[in-house]
Design a protein around this ligand. Structure first.
Ligand code: BTN
Length: 334
């Protein structure tokens, strides 16, 4: 794992101040005194930022002003103007990593709740049910470490909460996002986001939850492997142009935090209500594949733990806790 150097944090702080100044100049002297470093150190970090693609105008009289940023998920860019107190207070950024979930799990016990691990690309992205998750540049691949005080039995609630947060964030762009049980987010029936929750727990308490969220943001759908092309989409494809990924992450972290605080303060019922209202699965004829069997039926509801309730053709009610869910057309039962 890359250890952050002190100069990296000075660089981040300079960038954060330039972003917050919205293109207006900040003098080298102000930056140096606010960060307790020399003006030469400020100059050096500004050169480093320029090298990373930030367009910074330097003027001897007026100081430094930010005129443009590259499309990267740099922590300073995300933190500037982020209105959260827990989610994203600490952000670990990687240009490329194997899997943000693996990194987040490794650091979970030693970091604060709300710590985010984010990467531009993943070489070994992990999906549900042991699947591979393809994670090229342009997407948003992040994991959040949470430490909810609850029994492991209730951990699926965090996954459902995350699905609601992602769907609400996508809806804030005017797109009709829905949630497919248990935790895929769809736009017009096509998957745009997957969520993988992993927990570290004792018998009766959770040590940590790693909430992994993968969003095909600015990914070109033509680059998707053939087998996913009909069933998946990207935000870029749905909006007809790229989004500002930094802004998306900020909106997502804010949504996540407000739902998480609501969950801890008021309980789960209003979040479950949101989930049901945004569900693409309830009312659908579905096939659920578990490790041992395939079950067909109509999805008639979700209980308070997030289990799917199916009504089978024989009129029996079945409660499904985990499995792969396919939406079928009515009568399409092979
Ligand atoms: C799914 O199978 O639908 C879940 C996919 C979850 C992918 C995300 S990307 C960020 C985080 N890191 C991973 O390795 N997986 C999750």
């Amino acid at each position: 794992m890359k250890i952050r150097k002190k100069t990296d944090t000075i660089k981040d702080k300079i960038l954060e101040k330039l972003i917050l100044n919205k293109g207006e100049p900040v003098s080298g002297e102000t930056l140096a005194s606010e960060l307790s470093v020399s003006r030469a150190a400020v100059w050096k970090q500004v050169q480093a930022l320029k090298g990373e693609g930030y367009m910074i105008r330097s003027s001897t009289k007026r100081g430094y002003s930010l005129e443009g940023s590259p499309d990267v998920l740099a922590p300073a860019g995300i933190k500037a103007g982020l209105g959260t107190t827990i989610m994203g207070k600490n952000i670990h950024y990687f240009k490329e990593t194997v899997s943000t979930n693996i990194l987040a799990r490794d650091m979970a016990c030693s970091v604060e709740e709300g710590t985010v691990v984010i990467a531009e690309s993943q070489t070994g992205g992990r999906g549900r049910l042991g699947r591979k998750w393809i994670s090229p540049e342009g997407g948003i691949w992040l994991s959040v470490v949470l430490k909810p005080k609850m029994e492991p039995l209730y951990a699926p609630r965090i996954t459902l909460l995350a699905g609601v947060a992602v769907a609400k964030t996508i809806r804030s762009y005017g797109l009709p996002a829905k949630i497919k049980w248990p935790n895929d987010v769809l736009i017009n029936g096509k998957k745009v986001c997957g969520i993988l929750t992993e927990i570290g727990a004792e018998m009766d308490s959770i040590d940590y939850v790693v909430l992994g969220v993968g969003i095909d943001a600015n990914v070109d759908t033509e680059t998707f492997p053939e087998e996913f092309r009909d069933s998946s989409t990207s935000l870029k494809n749905e909006l007809g142009g790229s989004i500002n990924r930094v802004e998306f992450v900020q909106r997502l972290l804010s949504e996540l935090e407000s739902l998480y605080l609501k969950f801890q303060g008021e309980g789960f019922s209003s979040i479950m209500e949101d989930w049901r209202n945004m569900s693409a699965t309830i009312g659908e004829w579905v096939k659920i594949t578990t490790q041992t069997r395939a079950i067909y039926g109509e999805a008639v509801g979700v209980d308070s733990e997030g289990a799917l309730i199916l009504e089978t053709e024989e009129g029996k009610l079945e409660k499904i806790v985990a499995g792969n869910c396919e939406h079928l057309r009515r009568g399409n039962v092979a």
